[in-house]
Design a protein around this ligand. Structure first.
Ligand SMILES: NC(=O)c1ccc[n+]([C@@H]2O[C@H](COP(=O)([O-])OP(=O)(O)OC[C@H]3O[C@@H](n4cnc5c(N)ncnc54)[C@H](O)[C@@H]3O)[C@@H](O)[C@H]2O)c1
Length: 353
């Protein structure tokens, strides 16, 4: 076991209640010899007491900034704007390698401080498969919102809750009208989650993946009432839905839930909208007659913080127990260095995992 001092930080984003390590897995890490500090965080879905009971050292929110240099800071979403120079190794979703807004600034902060980003999105096994991801619950919620909206039962603003509540809401009421649904990307993590939600809702969706879209039958796709898009596109493919399809007076498709939310990307398979929807206003009407409604929420798993955290933590913990220079963490570090080089940044002294 490597000598790892892990520091679970409070999330700067106020609506983020998830955590990458839940108390039970904190205990596993501690038992394996990892030194674990957990920041107090009022919004985290698991109480700080539970981490303390597991044996973790508790520290104030945001105190990672003065943690010893060798500490590995763990979180999920963006860092606060200060400090400008980042000297630690940070594990989180940096969203910094695809020219996203703020990407250059973040990498520059790491380069200036001599720290490193170990990006969770790039934590992959030897075959390039993601080791820890939130996809399943994203798909479950993307489909759940589509079903509830299509049945006229979705009331915003959305708020985080427990799975039992979502399941209860999803169950069909007696005499409720049937509808047809299609999940594209059905074999992936979010596709499986979407199918599970439809299952609870008593709807048997069509399931398409690569084989079914290779020679895209758009007419067949548009012949469903509800579409849930769960693809992870890696190369450009013909769009699934186009503007002219929305304008077709004979269109059957009414509700689109885009779990992928690749809005603005050249790989976007749904180039019919230009901004995501929000928890406050989850549905946007894109056409009046016949109606066409969009749901495109880019932080779906945050609506189920407990279950999403538990699954993610179960997948991440074994990889944390194997923290070291080889394998997934080494690949993360290589990716960070490559991104810095692409931007002409010198990545300080972060040549270690
Ligand atoms: N909205 C959110 O809150 C949220 C949360 C997590 C993930 N996501 C996004 O959801 C998407 C899917 O993530 P995942 O974890 O399920 O990925 P995944 O790799 O597990 O599954 C993707 C599936 O899409 C299929 N696919 C790829 N191209 C296709 C095509 N042209 N036609 C049909 N199928 C195709 C793949 O074969 C695979 O089965 C990603 O873009 C991810 O970023 C969104």
């Amino acid at each position: 076991m490597t000598e790892l001092h892990l520091w679970l930080r409070h999330e700067a984003r106020t609506t983020e209640r998830r955590t990458p390590v839940v108390p039970d897995d904190a205990r596993r890490l501690l038992e394996a010899g990892v030194a674990l500090t957990v920041e107090d965080s009022p919004q985290r879905v698991f109480a700080t007491d539970a981490y303390e009971a597991a044996g973790a050292r508790i520290a104030p929110a945001g105190s990672w900034t003065s943690a010893p240099r060798d500490t590995v800071v763990l979180g999920l979403k963006e860092l606060p704007d200060a400090p400008r120079e980042l000297m630690h190794r940070h594990i989180f979703f940096g969203h910094a390698y695809k020219q996203q807004p703020g990407a250059r600034d973040l990498l520059r902060r790491f380069a200036a401080g001599g720290g490193a980003l170990l990006d969770l999105e790039y934590l992959v096994d030897d075959h390039g498969r993601r080791l820890a991801a939130f996809g399943y619950w994203a798909g479950y919620l993307g489909a759940a919102l589509a079903v509830l909206h299509h049945r006229g039962r979705l009331a915003g603003p959305l708020r985080p809750s427990e799975k039992a509540e979502w399941d209860e809401a999803l169950r069909p009421a007696p005499g409720e009208e049937e509808f047809t649904a299609l999940v594209v990307g059905a074999l992936g993590r979010s596709g499986r989650g979407a199918r599970a939600a439809f299952g609870v809702a008593g709807v048997e969706p069509g399931c398409w993946d690569l084989a079914e879209t290779r020679d895209l039958d758009r007419t067949a796709l548009l012949a469903h009432d509800v579409l849930v898009n769960c693809v992870l596109a890696t190369t450009p493919v013909p769009p699934f839905v186009r503007e002219e399809d929305l304008d077709d007076p004979g269109r059957r498709l009414r509700t689109l839930s885009d779990v992928t939310c690749d809005v603005g990307s050249p790989l976007n398979v749904l180039p019919v909208y230009d901004r995501t929807t929000e928890w406050t206003d989850p549905v946007r009407r894109l056409r009046k007659e016949p109606p066409f409604d969009l749901i495109a929420i880019d932080n779906l798993p945050s609506l189920l913080p407990r279950e999403a955290s538990a699954d993610f933590s179960a997948a991440l913990t074994p990889v944390l127990l194997d923290f070291g220079a080889a394998g997934p963490w080494g690949r993360c570090l290589d990716r960070f260095h490559a991104a810095c080089r692409e931007l002409g940044l010198t990545a300080g002294e972060s040549g270690r995992v």
